[in-house]
Design a protein around this ligand. Sequence first.
Ligand code: HEC
Length: 173
Amino acid sequence: MHYRAVAAVCLALSLGLGVVSTVMGQAKAKEEPKVEPKKEEPKKEDPKKEEPKEAPKPLTSDEYDALMKKIKTAQGKLRANLRNKKGAEAAEAGEELAKLAAEILRYDGDVKEGDNKGQKVRDQKDFKQWAEDLKKAGETVAKHAKAGKWDDADKEKDNIGRTCSNCHDVYDK
Ligand code: HEC
């Protein structure tokens, strides 16, 4: 009797240990895949970090049109807020224009006529210059609007309009 009782306890213990070790095994098995993706993450991040530094992703025609529409909206916001002498709002629109202007250089379109036909528009010197002019004018108008210099801000607003038409005359065909 006593002997059997000991055997029963041993059996119970070993079953118990079996369960415990199985549970631990499962726990370990659950932990392991958690560790693996952590190790992989830096590998995935590396190329992402490099991309914007080397060459920003070019904009398709649709993406570029969407960018131009945003630029038009920001220009409208700038005009309305300058008219109403709302400095903070006008400055915000100017800064938005400057930010969007930087994106212009991602345009993937080709030059459609002339000596440089077939080359990327974004590689053309005048195109780059007008995009840069728009960026600078956006920053400058924001500065004047913040300072309440309405005449200076108005002049800069006209410069902005000129960058649009200069560039469109040559490349929006
Ligand atoms: C550096 C050149 C450049 C500047 C600066 C520029 N644009 Fe454009 N814009 C283009 C080109 C190129 C196209 C034609 C894109 C195409 O063919 O898909 C265009 C097209 C557009 C369109 C038509 C988009 C559509 O849906 O078809 C609008 C609206 C527009 N621009 C607004 C503006 C406004 C407003 C400004 C100034 C605040 C401006 N652009 C400044 C190059 C420029």
